[in-house]
Design a protein around this ligand. Structure first.
Ligand code: 5GP
Length: 211
């Protein structure tokens, strides 16, 4: 069975990562988004099991103790973790898996999966980041302040990522993200490991070339 690739996407809050991930999923088949567990309360409109698995701190701790997470971290005062079983199952089914996780989680994934493809999304400027976070209105002002403070630290990590996308123009940023995934899918090792029929690339008995 073919094995899929693991894509890690990180960005400071407000860089437009969720929008880009959604557009990527609409554009390319064969991708699956890994739904994380979190102790953060749901935002308006968020659906349990779709956006996140919303769990209590006690339940989260229990899952950590049982080794259920591929990686986990405390981000903006809440816990977030990636289910090991979900990711491994999708990869073994040949799906490409998208992890939308923070920089601490990305470090843990890099150690466990050196072949993971890591992508960092940058906003075009600090002003734009601030505007986007304030306009979004999904957090209270204290939360926005925490997220902005963390953004500064997170952006220091950009050099550790394989690819960087500056999300200035949404269409262009989407095209770049799609291009990265397509390029990974075209890697020689992956194409040769897939069920490509090499015999179809040799002249057969009816070939004009052999006559
Ligand atoms: P939000 O609360 O805005 O949905 O997410 C806050 C941050 O947590 C984002 O940077 C997001 O990428 C990160 N995050 C979401 N799920 C996970 C996860 O499973 N593990 C880690 N390490 N970070 C996560």
């Amino acid at each position: 069975m073919d094995r899929g690739d693991l894509f890690v996407i990180s960005a400071p809050s407000g860089a437009g990562k969720s929008t880009l991930c959604n557009r990527l999923m609409e554009r390319l088949p064969g991708l699956v988004f890994s739904v994380s567990h979190t102790t953060r309360p749901p935002r308006k409109g968020e659906v349990d099991g779709k956006d996140y698995f919303f769990v209590s701190e006690k339940e989260f701790e229990r899952l950590v103790t049982k080794g259920k997470f591929l990686e986990w971290a405390r981000v903006h005062g809440h816990f977030y973790g990636t289910s090991r079983d979900h990711v491994m199952e999708f990869l073994s089914r040949g799906m490409d898996v998208i992890l939308d996780i923070d920089v601490q989680g990305a470090t843990q994934v890099r150690e466990k999966f050196p072949g993971a493809v890591t992508i960092f999304i940058l906003p075009p400027s600090w002003t734009v980041l601030e505007e986007r976070l304030l306009r979004r209105g999904s957090e209270d002002m204290d939360s926005v302040r925490v997220r902005l403070r963390n953004a500064l630290k997170e952006m220091e990590e950009v050099a550790n990522y394989t690819y960087t996308i500056v999300n200035d123009k949404l269409n262009e940023a989407t095209d770049n993200l799609v291009a990265i995934v397509v390029a990974v899918r075209c890697r020689t090792a992956r194409v040769l490991a897939s069920k490509i029929d090499m015999t179809a690339l040799h002249p057969g008995p009816d070939s004009w070339f052999l006559k």
